[in-house]
Design a protein around this ligand. Structure first.
Ligand SMILES: [Zn+2]
Length: 128
């Protein structure tokens, strides 16, 4: 599959569950893991919202890849959903306590926002 197919699947997923993704930004804020070499793109404040307002909006910091920054691509549905899944699966081996805590907090908030069915389906579209 190419990027267009992934984005299409991501959009089908969001439509199915009445969800929408918005990205505010960018800003030039650095992520907590930045070591001064700035191996990251720009910062956005991303919100996943329930269009029927049946649950609170899930808002979090998002850093695009360097490549997306160079191409001037804003976060799309697929890049956001795959970031959510990869962060929930992250097992950092050399992260400090603050970074570990922020990953755990993020996963907790994601599990609270998404239903189990949604998380299962998310794995199918954003598993690469
Ligand atoms: Zn930086």
């Amino acid at each position: 599959m190419n990027m267009i197919d992934y984005e299409r699947l991501a959009t089908i997923f969001l439509d199915k569950y009445d969800l929408a993704i918005h990205a505010d930004g960018p800003t030039l804020e650095c992520p907590p893991w930045c070591d001064g070499n700035h191996i990251h793109g720009r910062h956005y404040e991303v919100s996943v919202m329930d269009k029927k307002e049946k649950r609170d909006t899930f808002t979090f910091d998002f850093w695009e890849s360097e490549r997306d920054c160079q191409n001037n691509d804003r976060p799309n549905n697929y890049t956001v959903l795959s970031m959510i899944l990869s962060t929930m699966r992250a097992e950092p081996f050399d992260a400090n306590e603050a970074i570990l805590k922020s990953i755990q907090d993020f996963s907790k908030r994601a599990k609270k926002f998404f239903t189990e069915e949604e998380l299962e389906n998310l794995k199918n579209i954003a598993s690469n």
